[in-house]
Write a protein that binds this ligand. Structure first.
Ligand SMILES: Cc1cc2nc3c(=O)[nH]c(=O)nc-3n(C[C@H](O)[C@H](O)[C@H](O)COP(=O)(O)O)c2cc1C
Length: 338
């Protein structure tokens, strides 16, 4: 893998990426997206740089991955340049395509510790982190950030500093730290940013599917989709692709099986929140969703999927109303990590 990875990819067409999402974009989620939409670049949930370096257990648990997950970028957070450097080396050794730095998380706990969004105001530390990592590894180093703290007036200057320090790609979530997840994502400042950088720039925020991303692309090199991919790995495909009920059930089966295979019982419990997201818009769906939130193992999951097949044979080759139709995400009460 080389430092030109992002530039080379951008030269082939818009970069389409799965956004990093804590508690979601683990190996099984990333594999499900890559199997459904093989051109997607997938980002991991964020991991503590210190944690990866200090606890060999964490690195052993989260870094090994399947070849078909690549291009795969691991995202890390922290504030200590040396820790970032060492964590980047571990990520490189895992065979991953790239390493991404979280400079956008607005969660109180994270910001209070000097991580995430607070790096937008502790710029010297932010630049040193990029510099240390860029010197230490051959894989590309990227940054995911926000428009700014309260507004986007410093975005260009900040990102030029990141580029000068050695960043190979920047993704901007079109909201400020203060907005957290409220209001609408605004890409105006990101289009302006691109005019001042030579590295690729991705936009992110409220994109519902591939076609929506293309319509908002402007002069940018690509986009990331996060929440709209819950239960909808088809959102990364062009043409507003809508799966049949049969395809949805097959994908639920393999997503659930991957979770159980990789994480055992914990995986089955995690499958609950993922699998309910897949089912929308056919009769009796509420009942199946209620059953899905109490599954304990793969057998429970398969029994429910088989019941749906038995109950609705005539719908298996039909597209359910509401399947893969982008759902609306209102402001999030308890702000997730970013
Ligand atoms: C549950 C959840 C967890 C998230 N975790 C991360 C994370 O670990 N790292 C990060 O950079 N952003 C994280 N984000 C922010 C997303 O990557 C993305 O920037 C945000 O959701 C806006 O994009 P969307 O409208 O396409 O979802 C998270 C968002 C959600 C909803």
């Amino acid at each position: 893998m080389n430092k030109n990875f992002w530039k080379d990819l951008a030269a082939k067409g818009p970069i389409v990426a799965l956004a990093p999402m804590d508690g979601y974009t683990d190996g099984p989620y990333r594999l499900t997206v890559r199997k459904t939409a093989p051109s997607t670049v997938v980002f991991s949930e964020f991991y503590s740089a210190d944690g990866l370096v200090r606890s060999k257990h964490l690195a052993k648990e989260v870094l090994p991955h399947d070849g078909i997950e690549r291009p795969l970028v691991f995202q890390i957070f922290g504030k200590d340049p040396e820790m970032f450097r060492e964590a980047a080396k571990l990520i490189e050794a895992s065979g991953a395509t790239g390493v991404d730095i979280n400079m956008g998380c607005p969660a109180k706990k994270v910001v209070k510790s000097g991580h995430g969004s607070s790096l937008m105001i502790n710029r010297d530390t932010a630049f040193r982190i990029v510099e240390e990592m860029a010197k230490a590894v051959k894989i590309p180093v990227s940054v995911k950030t926000r428009l700014g703290w309260a507004d986007d007036s410093l975005l260009v200057e900040f990102c030029q500093g990141l580029q000068n320090a050695g960043a190979d790609l920047i993704t901007v979530h079109g909201r400020t730290y203060q907005q957290a997840f409220w209001g609408k994502a605004d890409f105006t400042g990101i289009y302006e940013l691109k005019r001042h950088l030579s590295i690729p720039v991705l936009c992110n925020g409220d994109i519902t599917d591939y076609d929506d991303g293309i319509s908002k692309l402007g002069n940018l090199d690509g986009f990331m989709i996060g929440r709209a991919s819950f239960g909808n790995p088809w959102c990364f495909l062009p043409g507003k692709y809508r799966p049949t009920l049969g395809e949805i059930l097959e994908t639920m089966d393999s997503h659930g099986a991957l979770l159980v295979e990789k994480k055992g019982r914990k995986g089955a419990l995690e499958a609950r929140k993922h699998l309910v997201e897949y089912l929308h818009g056919f009769p009796g769906v509420k009942n199946y969703r209620t059953r899905l939130v109490s599954v304990e193992n793969i057998e429970d999951i398969r029994t429910i999927l088989d019941d749906i097949r038995k109950d609705w044979p005539e719908l298996l080759d039909k597209v359910p109303d509401g399947s893969a139709i982008p759902r609306k995400f209102e402001g999030i009460e308890n702000c997730p990590t970013d």
